[in-house]
Design a protein around this ligand. Structure first.
Ligand code: FMN
Length: 319
């Protein structure tokens, strides 16, 4: 019998745990040429801001060993166009929409939450706090527990009670558990992790930084062990808080690894750039990985590596 892949996004049930990662599938339209977007657990949109933005100057992508570096910035049409065009399109396709929001001040986040609360068809909010806080000398919200908590508190207060709020954390901190605790204390219903790691590439022929913006976010398989570590540490500290895990997931087995560490859902980002049907393929592979292990329900494997370690046990090799 096929394993039961249903999972919970706060109080919302998803038919399966594989999501797109914010910024890697825009608002789902491009993917629709390749896959039925309603078959994906949820589409996590590119982070939307209040006003339209052009993003950062080019070149803004560079390949790295087992990953890529991007400095796209938060390019997008702004909340008005998103509400008029993108959200209704996702609904018309039967997709579940997790809307990622980003801002430069706490008030901007709060206003975005209020605008989205009035809209139909928002399954959840994912709050991208990896943005500079213009009211705090450009310090990234996600790197300070007080700033991170202030954003989440304001968003939770302006979001309809039945829409879960997930805080998306940055791995570029000394103690991710402290940031996770601050977000949960401020009202986050769940946590998404990890956003990209800050990196830099120098073109050794041109002898200058490869990206116009100099630094960029590192993603792809290179960061997966960092994602596994972050999910593990936060699950250990906050075992009841649902986690959307992401970072370098290319296969169903990679998704399973993040789930064993504690993620109840997994987002797929960089993999989508060279395989637009990656989410559906990874879902099929995950199903297969679970069936081969005799798992009946996805919930059995979420955080299982913690229990096995505590019990001093391990499973045999899976053929
Ligand atoms: C080109 C690109 C754009 C991204 N844009 C966003 C974004 O708008 N908001 C956000 O929260 N994360 C954004 N991310 C981060 C991803 O959602 C994800 O957290 C990260 O890439 C790790 O997953 P991956 O290794 O599967 O790509 C972006 C990543 C990439 C590669």
């Amino acid at each position: 019998m096929a394993p039961d892949l249903r999972t919970r996004l706060g109080n919302v049930e998803l038919p399966n745990p594989i999501l797109t990662a914010s910024g890697c599938a825009s608002s789902g339209r491009e993917l629709a040429q390749f896959v039925d977007v309603s078959k994906i657990g949820a589409i996590v949109t590119k982070s939307v801001m209040l006003a339209p933005r052009a993003g950062r100057p080019t070149p803004r992508m560079a390949e790295t060993s087992s990953g890529m570096l991007n400095s796209i910035g938060l390019q997008g049409p702004g909340i008005d166009a998103f509400l008029q065009r993108d959200l209704p399109w996702l609904l018309s396709r039967g997709a579940r929409a997790v809307v990622s929001i980003a801002g430069s001040t706490v008030d901007e986040y709060a206003e975005l939450a209020a605008r989205l609360s009035d809209a139909a068809g928002v399954t959840a909010l994912e709050v991208n706090i990896s943005c500079p806080n213009v009211e705090h000398r450009g310090q990234v919200f996600a790197c300070d527990p007080v700033d991170a908590g202030a954003v989440i508190e304001a968003v939770r207060a302006r979001t309809r009670y039945d829409v879960p709020v997930f805080a998306k954390l940055s791995p570029d901190v000394t103690d991710i558990v402290a940031i996770a605790r601050a977000c949960v204390a401020a009202g986050a219903d769940g946590l998404s992790m990890i956003n990209t790691l800050l990196g830099m590439v120098i073109d050794t022929d041109a002898v200058r930084p490869a990206l116009a913006g100099m630094t960029g976010g590192l993603s792809g398989p290179a960061i997966r062990p960092v994602a596994v570590r972050c999910v593990w540490q936060v699950k250990q500290a906050l075992p009841d808080v649902p986690i959307i895990g992401m970072g370098g997931v290319m296969t169903g087995r990679d998704a399973l690894e993040l789930m064993l560490a504690g993620a109840s859902m997994v987002s797929v980002g960089t993999a989508v750039f060279h395989d637009p049907s990656a989410c559906v393929r990874i879902l099929r592979e995950l199903d297969d990985e679970l069936a081969r292990r005799g798992v009946e329900r996805l919930s059995e494997v979420i955080g299982l590596a913690h229990e096995m370690r505590a019990a001093g046990r391990s499973m045999g090799t899976v053929k």
